[in-house]
Design a protein around this ligand. Structure first.
Ligand SMILES: C[C@H](O)[C@H](O)[C@H]1CNC2=NC(N)=NC(=O)C2=N1
Length: 104
């Protein structure tokens, strides 16, 4: 396999000594389509309440007919069980709201 199709390990990336670039932390991402801004805002409100209850917060991108969700555990710089649990909860809330996950 050529060197252009082999995934580098984090150590190999670090050893590259790149000047302006750093590896990003692993994240979970989802995108949900909604009917309009008001329904997106209502879903964001419910996601926010769940995040406050769990004390584990996603990054959200709110749009007219969609919301983007990114989950990672900032304190450890990676994906933890907290992210998996919040992803499951957000999927439940989106389904209850009739929001459709991109790719579905
Ligand atoms: C002080 C507070 O408990 C921490 O900052 C919590 C808040 N919500 C959080 N959310 C996420 N995604 N990662 C964290 O590490 C985190 N830490």
């Amino acid at each position: 396999m050529s060197e252009n199709t082999t995934a580098l390990t984090p150590a190999e990336v670090a050893a590259a000594g790149l000047a302006d670039f750093t590896p990003s932390t692993p994240v979970l991402v989802a995108r949900y389509r909604t009917d309009d801004f008001a329904s997106t805002l209502a879903l964001v409100e419910r996601i926010g309440a769940a995040a406050e209850e769990a004390n584990h917060h996603p990054d959200l991108t709110l749009g007219y007919g969609s919301v983007g969700v990114t989950l990672t555990s900032h304190d450890v710089g990676g994906i933890t069980e907290r992210d998996l649990a919040m992803a499951r909860r957000i999927s439940e809330l989106a389904a209850e709201a009739g929001a459709v996950a991109a790719g579905d």
